[in-house]
Design a binder for this molecule. Sequence first.
Ligand code: AVI
Length: 318
Amino acid sequence: MLQFIQGPALQEADWASEAAEGLLRPRAAVSPKFFYDALGSRLFDAITELDEYYPTRTEAALMRRHGPAIVQAVRAALGPGCTLVDLGAGSCTKAAALFDALAPARYVAVDISVDHLRQALEPLQRQHPAIAMLGLGLDFSARLVLPPQAVAGRPLVFYPGSSIGNFEPEAALRLLREARALGPDAGLLIGVDRVKDAALLEAAYDDALGVTAAFNLNLLRHLNRRLGTDFDLRQWRHVARFDRAASRIEMHLEAREALCVRWPGAERRFEAGERIHTENSYKWQPGDFQALLHDAGFRDVRHWTDERGWFSVFLAHG
Ligand code: AVI
């Protein structure tokens, strides 16, 4: 049985006012959610294929190598017939790879828009008729609560891809607490990118082909369409730096020259070298992430890593 539910969607006026507020701050900043229009989503898919962008392929290799042990640990922790809650499900391929071994009773695919999920879920439901499936449109970065009919059996929240790194640590803690609160016996399986050499990290976020630069600059195109700004993309350049003290990659767009950006009802001057902060991608030490999981209320935590120790998958429950 396949169902779809769309939660409250952000109104166009909310998107515009959020972007305008960020542009008008003394240190301009725009939320990374503005990366993901149709072209931005395709550019992100291209990033995951770059030689320099190791997280996607490292996590995939880790899941292939340790998948059986991970699934066994999940089954030992949660028992059979869990509800697999897939955050940021997109094409649902990462979760679908677990179906045969994990045999969930239900699959809840969560993404910002339910329309993204229809294409993926319809064929998946035909391939796995025994799993009850729900596509849920929800901005879980604001708050993760599921409709009461979504969960039947113990929930296992699945959040691969190290997207937790795009949350500020306090917001990450809030999301993990909300995951813990999905049920008295909720579990969590999550991919986390680790602290490593700055040169490796900076190359992953500033690749030779310029795909990440295009991904970052595309945010300005998106703003031109959504807010009516008149950004000229040629006046901006992509910057990605690892801040070791904050343990995060920061992405910015830097004005190549003094300029003025205008949009209906407002304008903002930028000096040459002035930046718009577009994303943080936090890199975690395993011990610190384990402490965060404990703070979120999970008592039992295990983790697996690849042979270079670049990426970790954590299973938390209890
Ligand atoms: C989606 N997220 C995990 C990516 C990351 O690595 O922080 C987004 C990204 N930004 C630039 N490259 C990839």
